[in-house]
Design a protein. Structure first.
Length: 329
């Protein structure tokens, strides 16, 4: 599946909401006269579920019905991406470095881009054997527990490399991710899905400029920001500046897992700074206690129920979900 997200630019310092573009019509057009329409999925996102593309055809993106304006990208080649050789990691005193290896024996790729999606398992500070639902205390099960959670994150940096100046089309130990020592990502189980794309040289040059503008502006020795000129153009108003670049190609992916037991002396510990409190034992007081004060039950011992604040008991307050992804062991 292919997603495009349409939005408007905003002035610096960029601290306001980015306005998304809805109601547009998107279609992918091939130089062989093929047309593949997108479906709007909401919040400025548009989806192409499937398409029979091939590497002998060039493609472009047409965007219409945006304030009666039409946008069109240049034709781009459909690049065949070579497989990922491996995704590996090295544990060092500062943390874990994750990197990728790949090569193209034909020497036709030369320009690469990577993205990734991370998922890791973690827990709340305290484990509860009960859940408070519908003004009742019930036993926690695998489907309603909130001690184990899963956090998802994705790459935000521009991860690219080129072998254009090398004798062989080989990328060795391309850095992807650094996980600082004793942090939550490797508290229990960590997984990363790495995606690899072959780029045209023009797409690589665009991403190089984008990276320079966004990631290398911290010192007097870094280059000054420059205007991003992509391959999208406004047909209605040719002088309008359009930010973005459309490229096309096949996708290669590989997923790896890292368990905390594989790491020497890795320690991550979360502690609740608030002591447990005793819950009133009559029904009316118990309902008022749980419904209005932000507490969750923990355990029941000899008829005495204890509780603590949600931030200590519910792992979802740390930004994750208690639903276990299908790919996690």
């Amino acid at each position: 599946p292919t997603y495009f997200k349409l939005s408007r630019t905003i002035p610096l310092p960029g601290d306001s909401a980015i306005p998304v573009v809805t109601g547009a019509q998107l279609q992918l057009e091939g130089s062989d006269n093929s047309v593949y329409p997108f479906t709007e999925t909401g919040k400025g996102s548009y989806l192409l579920t499937s398409a029979s593309l091939n590497t002998t055809t060039k493609y472009r993106l047409r965007i219409s019905n945006v304030n009666n304006e039409t946008y069109l990208s240049d034709y781009v080649p459909y690049k065949a991406t070579p497989p990922i050789d491996s995704v590996n990691w090295i544990s060092t005193p500062p943390g874990v470095n994750i990197y990728v290896n790949t090569h193209d024996p034909t020497g036709n790729t030369r320009y690469y881009q990577w993205t990734y999606n991370e998922t890791w398992e973690y827990t709340s500070a305290e484990q509860s054997g009960f859940v408070w639902e519908n003004d009742s205390l019930i036993l926690a099960t695998a489907s309603n527990q909130y001690y184990y959670c899963y956090h998802n994150d994705s790459s935000s940096l521009v991860l690219i490399n080129t072998t254009a100046k090398l004798a062989e089309d080989v990328v060795y130990r391309q850095p992807l991710i650094f996980i600082p020592v004793n942090t939550q990502a490797l508290a229990i189980e960590y997984s990363v899905l790495v995606s690899q794309f072959a780029l045209a040289d023009s797409a690589y040059n665009y991403l190089t400029l984008l990276r320079s503008n966004t990631e290398q502006l911290g010192s007097v020795f870094d280059p000054l920001p420059s205007q991003l000129t992509g391959n999208l153009h406004c047909l209605t108003h040719p002088n309008e500046i359009v930010v973005g670049y459309v490229s096309a190609g096949t996708l290669q992916q590989e997923r790896i897992f890292i368990n905390y037991r594989q790491l020497p002396n890795w320690q991550y510990y979360i502690e609740c700074p608030i002591k447990d409190t005793t819950v009133p034992d009559d029904e009316a007081s118990m309902i008022s206690f749980f419904d209005g004060q932000g507490y969750l039950p923990i355990y029941l011992n000899r008829g005495i129920l204890t509780a603590n604040f949600k931030s200590c008991v519910d792992c979802r307050t740390q930004g994750g979900s208690s639903t276990k992804p299908s790919f996690m062991p």
